[in-house]
Design a protein around this ligand. Sequence first.
Ligand code: G1P
Length: 292
Amino acid sequence: MRIRKAVIPAAGLGTRMLPITKSMPKEMLPIVDKPVIHYVVEEAVKAGIDDILIITGKGKRAIEDYFDRSFELEFYLREKGKLEELKQIEEIGEMVDIYYVRQKKPLGLGDAILHAEKHVNGGPFAVLLGDDIIVSQKPGIKQLIDVAEKRKVPVIGVESVPRELVNKYGIVDGEPIEEGLYIVRHLVEKPSIQEAPSNVAIIGRYILTPEIFDALRETPPGRGGEIQLTDALQILLPSQEIFAKEIKGERYDVGSKLGFVIANLKLSLQRGEMRNEMLGFLKSILREIPDE
Ligand code: G1P
């Protein structure tokens, strides 16, 4: 099992980030100076993925423009001798082969994934959701690819979350078989705190096999009236072993307002050119805030 293809669903309406997402795709929101989706594509490329399908929808054209070459801009930057910027811009257009397909109605993550069936053409594939950015030594999705290639089964990326947040995630009930690795027994999308079988949450990274498509076709609308990928995985469970792997790294939920602001702060601190000034600024505002 070699995983070379990835699918990035980017058709969601971004309601958690309104009003900005009224006219701007949430995937294009900037984390320092790059859009969220750039980080996600970079993670996939670093993991050895060489073919990416982005599932887009209405109002998402800015994503295609971003990954396209921009000859006018390149010409202008060359004329002005801005060679560093030119290099950066050219590299974005050449990162990886990206294909697009449009989801015509926002029927949920599961329906979006169904749009990838022809493209993945019978092979296993990675799925990366743009709401999570993972900063780690070994790319988050590569951590799953390694398990999937060894065990030849679908693998779900997970992280333990505080109990009061389980209703924001797909939750996995799993049997631990080694440090950070579970065999999945049961999955439930956004359970209430009382119903949740654990606090092991799905964090937007998956390795799937083509069997998922039939399961998705059988999946009735679930939470929010949408076709849920978590429900389709649950349908698959009796006939297919599925693993869950804790992803090591720092995860930022950039699909929420607080997570988005935190990601900008933390990732700006990782940028040499702004780290010192940013630290100085943070220290000064902390001094100004009285103890509460
Ligand atoms: C989706 C999945 C959910 C998962 C989450 C991770 O939910 O349906 O299982 O835990 O992504 O970000 P969404 O946040 O799109 O509602």
